[in-house]
Design a protein around this ligand. Structure first.
Ligand SMILES: NC(=O)c1ccc[n+]([C@@H]2O[C@H](COP(=O)([O-])OP(=O)(O)OC[C@H]3O[C@@H](n4cnc5c(N)ncnc54)[C@H](O)[C@@H]3O)[C@@H](O)[C@H]2O)c1
Length: 278
């Protein structure tokens, strides 16, 4: 099947690399145009390399390579105005808005920095307030357009299951990450409730570990290498894979955007390789 989102436009945060890029590419493969935003900069409290402008340019290249249009710009989800600049330009050039993928995130959960209160605040600022900004900015436009829509919010399995079994894995960053991701479930259900009247669906996505630069970096490698074996029992997949691929999550995002899921809203969609069975 192709053209499942033909002629539609998706706004994606954190689109420079990883899952955000995979969402842009998968939606473009099925006929959507893309508005892509990413911070393309390092946040001082994050102990692994974040994205660069070159990463975002690569996303542009890949979407254009599929024959679709893309408007991409730097923006920080903590700063609603910076998102608005990219969204305005995108909607002006592409003419509409149908899907919102609130995907941007950070994971400052290991190392010295993760023990600071800054890690807690950064997590809530990016992954809770940042999602609020993304949805607040976009849902009125979807209502005004009057053709329904789909808002997919990237949470995590860390929202649904404890991520620490011993104090060894305790950090302000880990608490902030999981608290923000859990709060998104409630945020999403409230938006879903009042937007249902407009045929605008809102759901959270809960991936298990995904093979992206967020987990493939020195910070995580050291964190896992030094972990208490008891803590390695958190988030163990029942289907025997260490992690899933960004494309596996992108396929779920595509389904959430397509008409195939037109009555699916207010839900928490786990793509967890069965981790919640363990
Ligand atoms: N990788 C995993 O194992 C995993 C598992 C579950 C959930 N998630 C979630 O999936 C989402 C995507 O992460 P990923 O795995 O692709 O990691 P990633 O680090 O490759 O991508 C995240 C992107 O978000 C961008 N970003 C971070 N802060 C931003 C900000 N303030 N404003 C704008 N952009 C910002 C980064 O620059 C980066 O390009 C995140 O919300 C993450 O928490 C990841």
């Amino acid at each position: 099947m192709s053209g499942r989102v033909e002629g539609k436009v998706a706004f994606i945060t954190g689109a420079a690399r990883g899952q955000g890029r995979a969402h842009a590419v998968r939606l473009a493969e099925e006929g959507a145009d893309i508005i892509a935003v990413d911070i393309c900069a390092q946040m001082p409290g994050v102990g692994y390399p974040m994205s660069t402008r070159e990463d975002l340019d690569q996303t542009v290249k890949m979407v254009e390579g599929l024959g679709q249009r893309i408007v991409a710009g730097k923006g920080d989800v903590r700063d609603r105005e910076s998102l608005a600049v990219v969204l305005d330009e995108g909607m002006e050039k592409l003419g509409r808005l149908d899907f919102v993928i609130a995907n941007a995130g950070i994971m400052p959960v290991f190392g010295e920095e993760s023990q600071q209160m800054r890690a807690w605040h950064d997590c809530l600022d990016v992954m809770l307030t940042g999602v609020l900004h993304t949805v607040e900015l976009t849902y009125p436009r979807l209502i005004k357009q009057g053709t329904g829509g789909s808002i997919a919010i990237t949470s995590s399995m860390g929202a649904l299951t404890p991520m620490m079994r011993t104090e060894g894995k305790h950090s302000m960053g880990m608490l902030g990450y999981t608290a923000a991701k859990a709060a998104l479930v409630n945020l999403s259900r409230n938006y879903a409730s009042f937007l249902a009247f407009h045929h605008i669906r809102v759901n959270t996505i809960h991936p298990t570990g995904v093979n992206t630069p967020m987990i493939h970096n020195d910070m995580c490698q050291d964190g896992f290498a030094n972990a208490n074996p008891e803590d390695l029992k958190t988030l163990v997949n029942a289907i025997p894979v260490n992690a899933v691929e960004p494309e596996d999550i992108a396929n779920a995002v595509l389904w959430l955007c397509s008409d195939e899921s037109k009555y699916f809203t207010g839900s928490a969609l786990r793509i967890d390789a069965g981790a919640s069975l363990r």
